[in-house]
Design a protein. Structure first.
Length: 293
């Protein structure tokens, strides 16, 4: 694993933030294994706001010391090398989190398999993973760039890169069933690349990308998964893909229904007020004409 660094952020009320989405899947008082707890921002939230018992794993010793006050147990080391049986013993967890960690690992599937025995019956694993198929990356590639950044989609410590299909295959291979998908949404302009369209051709290109890729504005995938007891009963990637597409289509149908109701309301108002201030007067004249006739 490459040189590490501190990841600092705040837990906010922004529901489009990965930390908020991850926390929403953690119940109060649960036991949590936080892989890659960094400086303990989310650890503190789990501990102080949710009353959880937290075991943290962190590769960076300096960051780990910042997280120590919020951990019931702190393990310093690389998840890919740690002997979890020795480090954790018989403890089992309601939830295991990998918040922006898997893309930093050489063998993420091995790490996922490694922690699976430490989930309680009915427990789940939660992970946030950046989407390399974001429209901002397509924009950068179209302009001949793949420049690493300090943070974000092209974080300079990323080893692995994932699309939605890669994520689904990763968890399927590791013996998990993905039960929920969430997304952090950012337009290309909102990302660290601050994409700016300089021409109508640029806009047309980005519109085409959005038409071809339904995840074009997905900045991160947030997934919730459970271990599969009988791998023969595990849904295939194609089944997972179909279920998620159905969920997205249902959500889109709901949006279109709302848009249709709004448009009908506007049309109704325009029909009733098409003559502006003269509308009431014309209505009266029309009524008089009806009576005369």
């Amino acid at each position: 694993m490459p040189a590490t660094k501190k990841y600092l952020y705040s837990i906010t009320d922004d529901q489009n933030h990965p930390a908020a989405k991850i926390s929403a899947w953690i119940d109060g008082g649960q036991s949590v294994l936080e892989v890659g707890c960094a400086s303990g921002v989310q650890t503190r939230y789990f501990k102080e706001q949710l009353g959880c018992r937290v075991t943290g794993i962190e590769i960076d010793p300096q960051a780990a010391e910042d997280a120590r006050p919020y951990c019931d147990q702190l393990i310093i080391g690389n998840i890919e090398n740690i002997n979890l049986d020795q480090a954790i013993g018989d403890e089992r967890f309601d939830a295991i989190t990998f918040a922006d960690v898997l893309e930093h690992l050489y063998f993420p599937v091995v790490a996922l398999k490694k922690v699976r025995p430490f989930l309680k019956e009915g427990g789940h694993l939660i992970a946030s993973i950046p989407n390399i198929a974001h429209a901002a990356i397509c924009w950068e590639l179209a302009h001949g760039r793949f420049d690493y950044q300090k943070y974000g989609l092209l974080d300079n410590t990323h080893i692995r890169f994932f699309t939605k299909k890669n994520v689904a295959r990763l968890f399927e291979e590791a013996g998990y069933r993905i039960v929920s998908w969430e997304r952090v949404i950012k337009t290309p302009q909102e990302t660290e690349f601050r994409v700016h369209y300089g021409s109508s051709q640029d806009q047309l290109m980005m519109d085409w990308i959005a038409q071809q890729n339904p995840e074009a504005n997905t900045y991160q995938f947030i997934i919730k998964a459970t271990p599969v007891k009988d791998e023969l009963m595990a849904p295939s990637f194609q089944q997972l893909e179909s279920l998620d597409v159905i969920q997205q289509l249902e959500a889109r149908v709901g949006e279109l229904k709302m848009q249709n109701m709004h448009l009908n309301s506007q049309i109704s108002w325009l029909e009733s007020n098409r003559f502006g201030p003269l509308t009431p007067l014309l209505s009266k004249l029309q009524n008089k004409l009806k009576k005369i006739n």
